[in-house]
Design a protein around this ligand. Structure first.
Ligand code: PMP
Ligand code: GLN
Length: 378
């Protein structure tokens, strides 16, 4: 049989989590918290179900949640979206991204991805019949190289996918970088899919520069976020996309046949919970503590830490510890040391190996300490 995605196997996250379980390793591979969410959020779900919010919600999501998102984006980034026409609730960021791609990418269109990139982008573009144009982030620093991006733009370029804060490198685009992108795209009709799922996990002195802050970018962007990341509920699979009305109209055409809509009680609970901005405003301090705890422990090993400016990831250079490839190292680390990590090569189409692996520090302090005890051998 000819398959649509011949190069795609099981995602690295599934593979490494299964291996971590099999080897009884501390799982710092797949990105998800090992602690619970705020009990008030759980109570809000129970209350929503008891109140009878169990049937289909409106196709774009319930209005109170869309209103809460509008208020948040305006307060943080100074851009006011219309809840009616510009915000859509999605089944996580994953569905938001594939739906945006399917909504705008036509066969033969080129879409730029900046590698290393999240593993769903490339198959999404391929499913839409688009041509993937891979542009590397600068090796070593993972900063965007605007000369290379400019060189990749052609009359066929339909969109560019930008991810800040960035998975896997943990870099955060600066204001100057966002302006460069804005300037570069100004004379074009290129659309932006801005994957901002880690928007609330940015560590001082960096700040999250959402595409929503830049009118030129906001006018051409699908901005994607995920409640899973923000509220420690990755399994709920609820996110949203904010985009100008004409883009949202196209998005919803696909969304209604993709999932039609997203589970009702969680939407009510999230709408209620968002009324208080404290949980997401306090998130950087919460995660910075974990980042620093983990980094302080790792600094005693021969692993070389790369900067973690945002996200809940810490990348390390393994070259002083091992001559294995990244993938082999992660298998060895899981089996022999008892800690799972993700090779960065999994985020490159050609498996580029720069001797860097990614740990997730969205874990209880005791989990991080248990991992550090094992990693102390390195
Ligand atoms: N984009 C990036 C960069 C991510 O790291 C993730 C989560 N791993 C997603 C999208 C998907 O988010 P969700 O779980 O809300 O579908
Ligand atoms: N986004 C998470 C990560 O990068 C994993 C999501 C998934 O398992 N698909 O680790």
């Amino acid at each position: 049989m000819t398959t649509k995605l011949p190069a795609v196997g099981t995602t690295i996250f599934t593979v490494m989590s299964a291996l971590a379980a099999e080897k009884n390793a501390v799982n710092l591979g797949q990105g998800f918290p090992d602690f619970g969410c705020d009990p008030a959020l759980l109570q809000a779900v129970t209350d929503a179900m008891a109140a009878g919010h169990n049937q289909y919600p409106p196709m774009p999501g319930i209005l109170p949640l869309r209103n809460a998102i509008v208020s948040k984006i305006e307060a943080l980034y100074g851009h006011r979206y219309s809840a009616a026409d510009e915000i859509t609730i999605t089944a996580g960021a994953t569905q938001a991204i594939i739906t945006a791609v399917l909504a705008v990418v036509r066969p033969g269109d080129e879409v730029i991805v900046l590698e290393p990139c999240y593993d769903s982008y490339v198959p999404n573009i391929e499913l839409a019949g688009g041509t993937v144009v891979r542009v590397p982030l600068t090796p070593g620093t993972f900063r965007p190289d605007f000369d290379k991006i400019a060189a990749a733009l052609t009359p066929k370029t339909r969109a560019i996918i930008v991810n800040t804060p960035h998975n896997p490198s943990a870099t955060v685009w600066t204001d100057a970088e966002m302006r460069r992108l804005d300037d570069l795209l100004a004379p074009t009709e290129v659309l932006v899919i801005a994957d901002e799922v880690y928007e609330h996990m940015v560590y001082a002195p960096q700040r999250h520069e959402s595409a929503a802050r830049y009118p030129g970018l906001a006018a051409r962007s699908f901005i994607v976020s995920s409640f899973g990341k923000t509220y420690h509920v990755t399994g709920w699979k609820v996110g949203y996309v904010a985009a100008p009305a004409p883009l949202t109209a196209e998005f919803r055409k696909v969304h209604q046949f993709n999932v039609f809509t997203v589970n009702t009680p969680m939407q009510h609970a999230l709408a209620q919970f968002m009324a208080d901005p404290a949980p997401y405003l306090e998130l950087p301090a919460f995660y910075q503590h974990k980042r620093d705890l983990f980094a302080t422990g790792l600094a005693k090993t021969r692993l070389k830490l790369l900067p973690s400016e945002g996200t809940y990831f810490q990348c390390v250079d393994i070259s002083a510890v091992s001559s294995l490839s990244e993938s082999e190292f992660c298998l060895w680390l899981t089996g022999e040391i008892g800690v799972a990590a993700i090779p960065l090569s999994a985020f490159y189409g050609d498996g580029f190996d720069q001797r860097v692996v990614r740990f997730c520090f969205a874990k209880k302090d005791e989990t991080l300490n248990a991992a550090l005890e094992r990693l102390a051998r390195l």
